[in-house]
Every structure is written in C-alpha cells, then in structure tokens.
Write a protein that binds this ligand. Structure first.
Ligand code: F6P
Length: 360
C-alpha cells in the first residue's frame, strides 16, 4: 500500500538529524512511498507551503551535515503556539486542530516525529487526536526516558570533552580555577560523561545538589599536592544544596532558558579561595557541526527503523536502543517522564573511585 509520510524535526537541533531524515526518506522511497518534510517545525503549518517534498536527490550527501535541512523551532508546540495579540503582547493558543486538518488535506498517513521529550509530549497528544505517529529520539541532553541513548549525544560529549581538554592546559599554565558550563537541561549526562573523559577534578550535575564547602576542600587538597589549578565542569541545570536552578528567563510559548551557573560558581569559589577563576560556556558549540560516526549510524538506524514501524502499521511507538538492541516503546508511556542519571550507576561510581569531586 502506498503511504504518504510527514517528517518533523522539533525542538533544538542535534547532530544526526539529517542522517535520520535521509534514512527515513530513502527507506520510504524504496517502498514506493511519498515523503514530506515539515518546514521549521509545526509552526509552519499556517503557511501556504508547510511541506517540502523529499526525494533521494534532496537527501543526497546530508548524513555528515549538522543541523536539519527541514529547519526547526523551539516555539512550535501546536497546543501552545505563541502569537502576538492586538495590543502587542504575546500569548499562546491551541492550533492542533489546524494541524490535524492540514494532515488530512495533504493525505498524510503517518508522522515521523524526530524530537526530544517536548516533541514526544506533543506526539502523545497528537496520537490522542488520531494521528499515526512514530517517534525517533533526538537530543544532545540524552534525557529521553526509556532510551539508552539519543541521537546527538555522542557528538555533544565528544565536542565537550575536546573543549575541556583544551581548557585544562591553559588552566594549568595560569594556576586558575576554570569553570566550564555544558548543556543538558535538568540532567547531567553531558557534564558527567565529558567531565570524566576529560579528567575534570569537579563535576556538578543536577542529580547531585552541590555544596561549595565540598568543592573548596577539593581545591585545597589539590593545592596541597602542588596542583595550582582545578577544572570544574558544571551542568547548566546543576543546583546548590537548598538553592535554585539558574535561569535566563522564559519567553511565551518557549521553555525556560537555563544558563549562568558557571559565573555564579566561579565567583563564589574565587571569593572563598582567593584564587583567580575564569568561565567558559560551551553553549551551542555542543549542537553544531558534523555528527560523530556513532551518531551518523544510530541516526540512520533510527530513521530506517521508523519506516519499518510504519510498514508494519505499528504506530504510536518510539524507536529506541535498549541493551544495544533496537526496539519500540509506546510514546504515551513516557509522557511527562525524564531519564536522570542513577546515583548507583557504575559511571557515577567510577567518577568517585578515580577521585572526582561531585560536589556532595
Ligand atoms: O535540549 C537541547 C538544548 O541544547 C539544551 O541542552 C539547552 O538547554 C537548550 O536546548 C537550549 O535551547 P536554545 O537553542 O533554545 O537556546
């Protein structure tokens, strides 16, 4: 049976998105199906041309390209779409019925939703509105529940690791405290994995609220051994014990923007130790550029697996990697959930065993 497939890339981009789009497009074409990419996320659904037709030519040579050829948006939730009111202020409205109608008008049989937790929450709601959805897990944060790994994470930790390596040599030369802030929202996967790999001295993650006393003790212990510098990796969502998450505010229809914890930690540690400190916020460097080999391959596998789901009419599933096997879980089963780092995990134990201070 010929199918018409729509592909959406929602939320923040991640290295590997284009590889997933390519695999899904080629696998669908191989079956004689038509593929339509949604331009710039669901927000484009109001425009005259919400879709871009994808064929083998359109996806040639994009496996190694960062970003998404479809475009994306962090304000594309069809259930809370931001708009400007007549008085100039912003508000949100539910445009999901319009989205459902557009899918009907174009004869779309199934939606491949490539996204993070926010996109999967949207997908759950679209499923309840009768849309056939197959999900592909994407986010550099690696925090989607039920997934061992998400596409984009491997590249992000490779970039962060290299950056921390480089910052370490200048920290050592200047005998400074260096605080590197990495992304990850409310989970510490990027901080923990890149921090361990780059031999950071202190790693602060949201899962373990930190105390300055514990970090100062580590700095002093290093000084006593003649190591005048300390490398501190802090996740953007890390919190001080009894403290609050540091944010840059929230715009209507968007997620709260995290950031600023590195400056706060650096200032406090300089005040307490008298040592000079500097901060580096890696920011979107972690999301840009070419995907790693691992991310290319997992993205291609996820994209092709999504089309196999459609072929089997096994809708409303998220294709995931669990115990190194590709499998499928119901999208609605992970609604509102998040994958945090388990404090019993061997990775956390490894950090402790090799002397890394986790701030507790
Ligand atoms: O979810 C991916 C992510 O990169 C987070 O780690 C980060 O907090 C957020 O997106 C940044 O979003 P934006 O691109 O809107 O600044």
């Amino acid at each position: 049976m010929t199918m018409k497939i729509a592909i959406n890339t929602g939320g923040g981009d991640a290295p590997g998105l284009n590889a997933a789009i390519r695999a899904a497009t080629l696998a669908a074409h191989k079956r004689g199906w038509e593929v339509y990419g949604i331009k710039n996320g669901y927000g484009s659904i109001y425009t005259d041309e919400p879709f871009i037709k994808l064929d083998a030519d359109m996806v040639r040579g994009i496996t190694m390209q960062g970003g998404t050829i479809l475009g994306t948006a962090n304000r594309g939730n069809p259930f809370e779409m931001p708009y400007k009111k007549k008085d100039g202020t912003m508000d949100t409205k539910d445009v999901s019925e319009h989205l459902v109608q557009t899918f009907k008008d174009y004869g779309i049989d199934a939606l491949i939703a490539i996204g993070g937790d926010g996109s999967m929450n949207i997908a759950s709601k679209l499923i309840r509105k009768g849309i056939n959805v197959v999900g592909v897990p994407k986010t550099i944060d690696n925090d989607i529940y039920g997934c061992d790994v998400t596409l984009g994470f491997d590249t992000a930790i490779s970039i962060a690791t290299e950056a921390i390596d480089r910052i370490t040599t200048t920290a050592e030369s200047h005998h400074r405290l260096m605080v590197v802030e990495v992304m990850g929202r409310y989970a510490g996967w990027i901080a923990l994995y890149s921090g361990i790999a780059a031999s950071a001295d202190v790693i602060l993650i949201p899962e373990i609220p930190f105390s300055y006393d514990s970090i100062v003790e580590k700095i002093k212990e290093r000084e006593a051994k003649g190591r005048g510098y300390t490398m501190i990796v802090v996740a953007e969502g890390a919190i001080e014990k009894d403290g609050d998450i540091v944010t840059k505010g929230k715009k209507v229809g968007q997620q709260v923007q995290l950031g600023g914890i590195a400056d706060r930690v650096a200032n406090e540690l300089s005040n307490r130790t008298g040592k000079e400190s500097r901060t580096v916020v890696l920011g979107h460097l972690q999301r840009g550029g070419s995907p790693s080999t691992y991310d290319r391959l997992i993205s291609l596998r996820f994209g092709a697996a999504a089309i196999r789901c459609v072929q089997e009419h096994d809708f409303n599933k998220l294709v995931v990697l669990q115990d190194n096997q590709l499998t499928r879980i119901p999208i609605t089963s992970i609604e509102g959930k998040m994958k945090s780092i388990s404090l019993d995990s061997d990775t956390v134990q490894t950090a402790r065993d090799i002397g890394i201070c986790l701030g507790d």
